[in-house]
Ligand binder design. Structure first.
Ligand code: F6R
Length: 247
């Protein structure tokens, strides 16, 4: 289903409330909540609202286990553009999550260790019972995570090559496209599909053309987000601008 909200502020609060709901209902059952998280501009207000819920309304993250979608490769965790740093600054440093419950693909691995690491990442997700919810943004290439055009629907966590458009879109963060890593480690489309619920968020006119393709276009590896049309547990949460080209 597709839900369209007046603006990204209202939509972000809705998503945060849904996440909080999963956390508290799992808490009551004495269980962990396992969340798949995204970086980038899109989820920033969701994380801000979760911090507010923690600080002002007593939402605890003690029973939360997180797995981030992706990380650039190579990438040092303390670098300005690292997703480790992003998650610390935007969320983790401000809530009571246990550090050992945080998982973000490691951008410092030796090339020869990546394949084993990626398998272990998948196994860790399964070992804690799988993802209760996966939060996604969408890139202008149609990527989810860093699953660029050409990604297979059953792909797992792996090292990928970033699309040129993705590197151009990231160039501001890196002070030029030439400084953007050419590779990343990302959960696969198959990994994402195993989540019990998937929320894809998109805001602004800039995302309208790719949202039209993702929601209404032919299902194809050339726009990886179209695979989500095959999922019964996905919800597209959009602001009016991102939804403006939908029929
Ligand atoms: C980030 C990720 C990417 C972004 C996408 C949109 O962890 O997996 O798929 O969600 O590139 O980025 P923003 O939100 O910056 O437009």
């Amino acid at each position: 289903p597709v839900s369209v909200y007046e603006d990204e502020h209202i939509a972000s609060k809705k998503v945060a409330a849904r996440i909080a709901n999963i956390i508290t209902s799992k808490q009551k059952a004495g269980e962990n909540a396992v969340l798949g998280l995204a970086t980038g501009a899109t989820p920033v207000e969701v994380y801000a609202e979760l911090i507010r819920l923690h600080k002002e309304e007593g939402l605890s993250f003690q029973n939360v286990i997180t797995f981030n979608l992706d990380e650039y490769y190579p990438m040092q965790p303390d670098a300005k553009q690292s997703y480790v740093r992003f998650m610390d600054e935007q969320l983790f440093n401000h809530i009571d999550i246990k550090r050992e419950n945080i998982h973000i693909p490691d951008g410092t691995l030796k090339k020869e260790d990546i394949a084993d690491y990626c398998l272990a990442y998948e196994q860790k997700i399964s070992a804690v019972g799988g993802l209760d919810l996966q939060v996604l943004g969408i890139g202008r290439t149609g990527h989810i995570g860093f699953n660029e055009p050409g990604s297979a629907p059953n792909s797992g966590t792996r090292l990928v090559t970033l699309d040129d458009l993705t590197r151009r879109d990231a160039s501001r963060d890196f002070g030029g496209k030439e400084n953007v890593p050419t590779k990343a480690i990302t959960m696969g489309i198959g990994t994402i599909f195993k989540a019990r619920e998937i929320i894809l968020m998109a805001w602004s006119k800039k995302k309208a053309p790719i949202i039209k393709k993702a929601v209404e276009g032919e299902i194809s590896g050339s726009v990886p987000a179209t695979y989500l049309q095959l999922s019964e547990s996905v919800e597209f949460i959009l602001d009016k601008d991102a939804a403006s080209e939908l029929t």
